[in-house]
Structure formats: structure tokens, C-alpha cells
Design a protein around this ligand. Structure first.
Ligand code: FUL
Length: 493
């Protein structure tokens, strides 16, 4: 008897041999869980949940929206901040409709202007004309996110070009107190974004930031908040503002001796992580839908096209990072029509291209020598279940691999893999082999997988494909495998 689509030497086994292999391989694999392998750093529960967020909004909004600047000097009169029709529920609606799972807002940018009426500053919404000084953007947005089921996050720049105490030890107290206000009045805060920029303040001095104290403050106020900075501690900058993670992207980073900002590791290191890094600090890709971070009407024609956003998705989420996409509201306090149209079309592209997972009709197996065992765990859409693969030994004729056989030939040009990162990140190199009957059509190698790795390639007609691990720290653990036929124009460029 022959199996339906039988590449290479995969034969069905005589019963005796089958039970023999089941004994030494099948039972062994029951216990060979990655959890019992030697320790490598693993994500915390909060970080694991963060990875599942994949894509969310960044909102840059403040005096710069009205002055046309990117970096305000901090001397802008407060009255300049006066949105005519601010509606945070519109932001939340558009975020939802475009599949974003949260919103992070610039509560305070480098100009020092606070979008909430902080007691620790005289440069806030309270001093502005907007709503006669009674407005509070953080209050409105945190409520809108809560009601829409979106996570709420806050960007707060330690660099403050307005605050009179900036450049003195007193300012570290100010910054800590501002964070206390935010966490107390607008929590839960899912992610806190620390910008590492460290320029001069109004008195010409730079601040020596007390990062250690800042971190302790957040940990004691809200231990599950993900703190982002160049160097984490929970999520790291990806090293560029183009939204592109490294093709090799480790969730590990070594931070000893480094600080956010000027003291951060080289941008290449941030982009790829450290293969043997001691801490789990995954990359987040921040990028704006427009050339600038803040709204400028002259950029209305420069909003990124849905296809460009799709490419960014492949190069961020598809490389195991998260995508933080900046959508700057305009002077009305609304997301501009051009941006919302691009965002909805971006969602449509993802839906159209990623809804039809070709694995639905596939037979998923794991092979070791001639022994075949079912491997439904990698196509069950359940991140808790997985299969382990030993590293291929080039001198052995029978290595472990995952094989996916289709009842008839399929056209495919995209494969998405997920590593069981709950046990750490192990895979250094993998290989996908494409088969037509017993003929090898092509092999594609990749390096890291991590949370997700989406590879795309010119369309192939195949009857099966297999996955093997060429190099890994420990065994490789794969929790999900998906295959798609993307619109040719959307293949990664
Ligand atoms: C940078 C800032 O200087 C930019 O204005 C922007 O906020 C970007 C996200 O981070 O460090």
C-alpha cells in the first residue's frame, strides 16, 4: 500500500516495525517536551500575551499637530493645542476596523506638553483653550479603548524642552510623579513607551535620566505593564523607524552596560537581537503611515498605500516582531480620511490573503527514519500544542521532519511558521522542501522563526512540503504551520 502523496522514501510500515518505532520514538517524543530541555530565557506571561498583539496603533498628537513641527521647542503657547472635533472613539473605531489590537499615544512628546492635566507641569491641556481647559485626551482615549476592547498604552518622553526642572535631579521626581499620575488615573496601561531621546532643556542642560528608578516605579505601580525602550526591559526598539525587523531576529538581548538612548547597543544589534542574549526582549517595529510622526496637511498625498503596509506587515510581524503603526490625527483631532481608507484596505488585503489557509486539507505527519506519526498539533491553530524536531544530522539517512501532504496538487507562494516561544527561541536555521510527487522541486532556507516567520516565494505547484531544522540551540519546537496563495503583487519585495 502507498500513501497518497509519497515524496522520497516515506513508505508505510509493516505493523511490527511500526510498533517498534512507536516504542522508541513515539513514547520518547511524548516526554521530549521543550519544557524539559536545558534552560534558555523564556518570555514572561505578559510578554507572551504581548507577542499575540501583533499589530497596533501609535498616535502622535500634540502642539506639533498645530505648528507643523516634528520636534516642538516647548515654548509653544498652550492655546495652540485646540482640536476642533477631537473624537478618540473615531480613532478606536478605525483601529478596530483595521485589525489593530491597541493604541499607544504620545501623552508627552519632547515639547513637554501633557495631554492630561498634570499637576507637575504648567504646560498641559489645562492651560489650553481646548474645552476651556477642562479637556483630557488620556481620559477620553483610555475610555474609548476600554469600550472598544483595545489595549491602551502611553508614550512619555523623558526629554522635556519645556519643564523648568529639566536638567536637574528634581526633574527625575517630576517624571516619576507624572508616571504615577498616568498609572493611577488612566490604567490599566498595557504598554509604556520610553523614548530614549536626551536633548537639552530650556536651561540648556541635559538630564541624567534615572532609568533604574523609572523602572522600579512602573514595576511597583503595574508589574504587568510592558516597558518599551531601546533596551527594554520588556520590548526593544528594532533599530530603525522604517518598521523593518531583521531577517534574523532573536528575541534575546544583552543589556548589561547599556542604557536606552545614546547608551543603547548598535542599531544592527537591536535589529537582530543577540543570539545568546540573556534576557527575553523582543523587537517592536515603529513606523509612521506618513513621512512624519505628526500630522502635516502637505503629507496628505504621501500616506502609505495598503500594499506598502502589507509589505511592512511581512517585514515586521512576518519576522517575529510586533508592528506599531503610527496614525497621526489631524488638527480636527480626527484620523484623516486618506489614512483610514489605507488602513481599511490594508485590513482587507490581510483578510483576502490570509483567510484561506491551505493546510485545511493537508495530512500533517512527523517522520523519523521510516516512522510516521500524526502531527496535527502544528495545524490546529492552538499555540499551546506543538511538535519538536531534532537538528538534522547530515550524515544520517533518516532525520526528523514535518511533512504536509495534500490530496491533490496545490499552488502556494507563502508559508507561515511559528515557534513554540513559550519555551524560548531555539531555531537558528530551518529548511522548507517542496515536492511534486517524489521529485524535490525546491528548497528554501531561513534563519530564525520566533513568534512568526512568513516566507513568500514565486508560486509553486506542489503535492507536499516538509520542514526540517538545520541548526538550533536545543530541539526546534514548531507550534503552527500555515500555507497561503498570496496575490503575486504582495510577495515580499
Ligand atoms: C523618536 C522621536 O524623536 C520622534 O519624534 C518619534 O516620537 C519617534 C517615535 O521616536 O525618538
Amino acid at each position: 500500500m502507498k500513501s497518497k502523496a509519497e515524496p522520497g522514501n516515506f513508505r508505510l510500515l509493516p505493523m511490527k516495525k511500526f510498533f517498534f518505532w512507536l516504542l522508541i520514538f513515539g513514547i520518547n517524543s511524548l516526554f521530549a517536551q521543550p519544557g524539559s530541555q536545558p534552560a534558555i530565557p523564556k518570555p514572561s506571561a505578559a510578554q507572551l500575551a504581548w507577542h499575540e498583539m501583533e499589530y497596533y496603533f501609535f498616535i502622535h498628537f500634540g502642539p506639533n499637530t498645530f505648528t507643523g513641527k516634528e520636534w516642538g521647542h516647548g515654548d509653544e503657547p498652550e492655546d495652540i493645542f485646540n482640536p476642533s472635533a477631537l473624537d478618540c472613539r473615531q480613532w478606536a473605531r478605525i483601529a478596530k476596523a483595521s485589525g489593530a489590537k491597541g493604541i499607544i499615544i504620545t501623552a508627552k512628546h519632547h515639547d513637554g506638553f501633557c495631554l492630561w492635566p498634570s499637576q507637575y507641569s504648567r504646560h498641559t491641556v489645562r492651560e489650553s483653550k481646548w474645552k476651556n481647559g477642562r479637556g483630557d485626551v488620556l481620559k477620553e482615549l483610555s475610555a474609548a479603548c476600554r469600550d472598544a476592547g483595545l489595549k491602551f498604552g502611553v508614550y512619555i518622553s523623558p526629554w522635556d524642552r519645556n519643564h523648568p526642572d529639566y536638567g536637574t535631579e528634581k526633574y527625575n521626581d517630576v517624571f516619576v510623579n507624572m508616571m504615577k499620575e498616568i498609572f493611577t488615573a488612566y490604567g490599566p496601561i498595557w504598554e509604556l513607551w520610553w523614548d530614549g531621546a536626551n536633548g537639552e532643556g530650556p536651561n540648556g542642560k541635559r538630564q541624567v535620566y534615572d532609568w533604574h528608578r523609572f523602572k522600579q516605579t512602573v514595576n511597583s505601580l503595574s508589574p504587568h505593564t510592558i516597558i518599551f525602550s531601546d533596551t527594554g526591559p520588556h520590548a526593544r526598539w528594532v533599530g530603525n523607524e522604517k518598521g523593518i525587523a531583521g531577517l534574523t531576529n532573536w528575541n534575546y538581548l544583552d543589556t548589561a552596560g547599556f542604557t536606552p538612548g545614546l547608551g543603547a547597543p548598535h542599531t544592527d544589534t537591536l535589529n537582530q537581537g543577540n543570539i545568546n542574549g540573556k534576557a527575553w526582549i523582543p523587537a517592536e517595529c515603529d513606523v509612521s503611515i506618513r513621512p512624519g510622526w505628526f500630522y502635516h496637511s502637505h503629507e496628505d498625498e504621501k500616506v502609505k498605500k495598503p500594499e506598502e503596509l502589507f509589505q511592512l506587515y511581512l517585514k515586521s510581524v512576518g519576522r517575529g516582531a510586533n508592528l506599531l503603526l503610527n496614525i497621526p490625527p489631524d488638527t480636527r483631532g480626527l484620523i484623516h480620511e486618506k489614512d483610514s481608507a489605507a488602513l481599511i484596505a490594508f485590513k482587507k488585503l490581510r483578510d483576502q490573503n490570509f483567510t484561506n489557509n491551505l493546510m485545511a486539507g493537508a495530512k500533517a505527519s512527523k517522520f523519523y527514519h521510516d516512522a510516521e506519526s500524526p502531527a496535527g498539533e502544528v495545524v490546529d491553530n492552538n499555540p499551546a500544542t506543538f511538535q519538536t524536531l531534532s537538528v538534522v544530522d547530515p550524515n544520517s539517512s533518516g532525520n526528523e521532519l514535518l511533512l504536509f501532504q495534500f490530496p491533490q496538487n496545490i499552488s502556494v507562494n507563502c508559508i507561515a511558521l511559528e515557534e513554540a516561544i513559550q519555551y524560548g527561541q531555539s531555531i537558528k536555521e530551518f529548511e522548507v522542501t517542496f515536492w511534486q510527487g517524489q521529485r524535490v522541486l525546491d528548497r528554501i532556507k531561513g534563519t530564525t522563526i520566533g513568534r512568526k516567520r512568513i516566507i513568500s516565494f514565486p508560486t509553486k505547484e506542489i503535492s507536499s512540503f516538509s520542514i526540517s531544522v538545520l541548526d538550533a540551540k536545543l530541539k526546534g519546537s514548531i507550534r503552527e504551520v500555515a500555507a497561503y496563495l498570496l496575490d503575486e503583487d504582495l510577495l515580499e519585495k
